[in-house]
Design a protein around this ligand. Structure first.
Ligand SMILES: C[S@@+](CC[C@H](N)C(=O)[O-])C[C@H]1O[C@@H](n2cnc3c(N)ncnc32)[C@H](O)[C@@H]1O
Length: 351
């Protein structure tokens, strides 16, 4: 059952959960703190139809917003999904799904894998607009029968799956093991080799979206580059903690772990010969991380194609979005991840 088989749905865009939300955290006193990004895509402030999807659970909810009330509605869906309703009223189907989600070992950390497929429908200011949206919603719900919608019929096939339990060894995605696949290791070694040709001695290096500290691990184990300090910037507390443990284990004592949003940095530790590395362009919406980098800094950027995140098809795509005054290196390598072949692009230069 495929959503694209529903006729006349028109253009859709797909957003990663954290393209729209800034943070979702459990409050110590109970309930959730949910913040949306100020720089969320403009389209998500307009009217349209949206479908929530998780790679293991499939499509699980279809909804509409006839005005700029997506973020309010999506805020409530998060409360329902995690079954922590404070400002939302829990619904029977959501609750049943939430209980299955929790029982299979999923929770707040899995929000990052959710994507929102969105069909923008500008409001032509017609009195029948809301009804038209609602009719389309009904057609989608009938076609894919998602488990969280009120109309869900358990007797019919559904686009929502129930995985028996949380897969422990994911081949890709955000798992520790998935961060050391052959293609990702090759990409990091490529980065170190090219950077070593340009700037083998560096001051402080900021690694944005540092994941499990992979680059800092390689930089320690394969000392092609000399650096006085590495700052791993990551917004995921658990990944950062894992990174800290691994780097301590190998005796890397010049690495700082910073729990922060890369878009909020002031680069105060950069100093002379500092370098900023961002290999997560496809995963990182917003451009404050780049705008805040002091002019004259060496910046290394990597992005790839065939990715559900933001699309990049060339090094020029990187430079168009993040212009440099002097490009020292740009190149492409062909790789294969556990799912597909793809191209990775890299640019090194001075901002
Ligand atoms: C999937 S990983 C890295 C992927 C990249 N292909 C690589 O190999 O380096 C992306 C990381 O960036 C982090 N991230 C995304 N946006 C961020 C932000 N605004 N600030 C800090 N970390 C961020 C995510 O939590 C994740 O750990």
């Amino acid at each position: 059952m495929n959503i694209s088989e529903v006729e006349r749905l028109g253009r859709s865009v797909r957003y990663n959960f954290y393209d729209i939300f800034k943070t979702v955290q459990a409050r110590p006193q109970g309930g959730l703190s949910i913040k949306v990004r100020r720089d969320r895509p403009a389209e998500t402030r307009q009217s349209g139809i949206y479908v929530w999807h998780h790679p293991h659970w499939g499509y699980f909810y279809v909804g509409i917003a006839a005005a700029d009330n997506f973020t309010e509605r999506w805020n409530k869906h998060i409360q329902k999904l995690l079954d922590q309703c404070t400002s939302a009223q829990q619904m029977a189907n959501w609750q049943s799904f939430a209980q299955k989600f929790a029982a299979a070992g999923y929770g707040i950390d899995d929000l990052k894998d959710i994507t929102l497929r969105f069909y923008p429908r500008p409001n032509p200011n017609s009195p029948t607009f809301k009804q038209e949206l609602s009719d389309i919603e009904t057609r989608i719900v009938r076609a894919i029968n998602p488990m969280c919608n009120r109309e869900y019929d358990p007797a019919r096939p559904s686009a929502t799956r129930i995985p028996p339990t949380r897969p422990i060894t994911e081949s890709s995605g955000y798992s520790l093991q998935g961060s050391f696949t052959h293609d990702l290791t090759t990409s990091k070694v490529w980065l170190m080799q090219e950077l070593a040709r340009i700037q083998p001695r560096m001051g402080t290096v900021y690694v944005l979206g540092s994941w499990f500290g992979n680059i800092s691990l390689y930089m320690h184990l394969l000392p092609l580059l000399k650096t006085s300090k590495i700052i791993n910037v990551e917004r995921d507390r658990n990944m950062l903690a894992q990174s800290r443990r691994m780097l301590a284990h190998i005796g890397a004592d010049n690495v700082e772990h910073m729990l922060a949003d890369a878009n909020d940095l002031d680069y105060r530790q950069l100093g002379p010969d500092g370098v900023v590395i961002n290999t997560s362009l496809t995963d990182m919406p917003g451009r404050a991380w780049f705008d805040n980098i002091p002019v004259g800094t060496t910046v290394v950027m990597q992005a790839r194609d065939h990715d559900p995140g933001r699309q990049f098809h060339s090094t020029q795509d990187i430079l168009d979005r993040y212009p440099l005054t002097n490009v020292e290196y740009q190149g492409k390598i062909e790789l294969r991840d556990p799912e597909t072949e793809y191209n990775r692009f890299m640019v090194i230069g001075t901002k």
